[in-house]
Design a protein around this ligand. Sequence first.
Ligand code: AMP
Length: 609
Amino acid sequence: MEAPLLLLQRLMEAAQVVTSNGNADGNYQYEIISWFDSVSKNAAMVQTETLGQILHLNYGVEYLKKWFGDMKIQDMDACALESLYASLVPLASHADFEPFIQRIADGDTAPILTQQPITTLSLSSGTTEGRQKLLPFTRHSSQTTLHIYRLAAAYRSRVYPIREGGRILEFIYSSKQLKTKGGLTAGTATTHYYASEEYNIKQEKTKSFTCSPQEVIFGGDYKQSTYCHLLLGLLFWDEVELIASTFAYSIVQAFATFEEQWEEICSDIKDGTLSSRITLPRMRKAVLDIISPSPCLASQIEAICRDSKASNWYGIVPRLWPNAKYVYSIMTGSMQPYLKKLRHYAASLPLVSADYGSTEGWIGVNLDPCLPPEDVNFAVIPTFSYFEFIPLNKKKQDLTSGTVGYIEDEPVPLSQVKIGQEYELVLTTFTGLYRYRLGDVVEVAGFHNGTPKLNFIFRRELILTVNIDKNTENDLQLAVERGSEVLNKYGGELVDFTSHAEVMHQPGHYMIYWEIKGEVEERVLGECCGVMDASFVDHGYVVSRRTNSIGPLELCIVETGTFNKVLDYFIGNGAALGQFKTPRCTNNHILLRILNLCTIKRFHSTAYN
Ligand code: AMP
């Protein structure tokens, strides 16, 4: 058998060749798919070697020295190193890395986390914990983004081939790029990627081009960028092969904007002008350089919009872009609540759920583009990072622990995961994170060769709790779904939601904030409130509600546009629309102030009266 290190080297080199060389033809697709077949068949060994490579590359960095001391790991066998690593280096959270990352941000150039100097830092979207995290970003990060993009594209094109030279209407946005005290650039990971050489390579090699120029993506004002994305997408209507964004939220947000601004967009298309909404000079110039008067196109679009408006914009996407083959975006996890609206806009156009990753690193690829987003799973790419899995077993009744009701077992490597088991993911990355707890809970759905396919379940820290109750993002999502079914029955529509566990007053209780569309009677909203309260089946919650140690659930209806204010608050703090996820549960004071100031109606559940 080939020596493991040689095998890994060969697979890594093959990866480089397929991502940098290939053209968009079938041969390239065959190459990248057969590359993934080989790494996934050898997943266990590839993982051992990936860890060896990360540790050899970063031998002697301050963080590792803390645990390895002066141990000479270079001569060690990869398998022995894997066991030693797990026994010496502890599991860590972002808080453990924060002081090291802060020193890098402040300009310390010593080899702290990696031997190669880190010159760029990423800001996580921060919408999950209410606080943005700084994380290292290196060339490896952009390379893996390009790599997973091309791998996923190869699988997609087997079922939904797209025309070479076509366009993608991409709702993508950069964040503000900040300079840290030490002069490093900090921005969201997607922003770094759009600015990287890899992003250009992706367009050239896949021969699919974004409708908007860099000036629109990097404009820095998401409202102006959205207007221009829509305008240019319509101008290139017959060339658009797919509609995409990083997270589904951005597409829903864009079409909500379109419902409001379509007449203005049509008038710009007719006259070759640009609305005075677009005030950023570079964006204005770049767009004006592309557009010219197209009165025929404008009147066709106008006719479609008038007609669509009458049916509440059902199927607007395929009507405006008849050559589009599918809509592509992350639709799982906290994006699921937007699926209904997305399906409404997309009608019969397939929705293809995009891959699984985080600012810390990419994790898995969707190999079955035909699956509906609710059923999608992600095959782990074993060359990207070293992955460990903390087995999580649900506690029967947890009255004491502060964490979600789980018993954690010892982490296991990728080769030892079991189908049906839930795990928390742990990453060791090429960018200098060692045994880093990502905080995501996944379930092993099956295997692709030797690599696990993961269902994303939820983020661990997102939890509603007052006393002995524990409800996760999933539980909340289910309760909200039940409540919104009642709302839909009476002609209302849920636009967005979040929640808060109010514990300042006794007894504490859950508050759920809803922004809705359409007129519904108060009686109906009261019913929605009761249905949600009764839908939390967590034993701790039910017992506490019965004994009134948790008070009635409160439904707060916020005025139209409130969740746009929430979005603006995050964008103002450096988030990007492209990576935005509405926090489903919040304790953030500023956010709560916005929500409470915008509350126009309150209902208290009578479910347990
Ligand atoms: P951020 O790094 O702030 O952009 O957020 C990364 C987080 O988004 C991950 O840790 C997941 O919780 C979530 N996420 C990313 N990709 C997916 C996906 N395909 N499905 C569900 N959740 C995802």
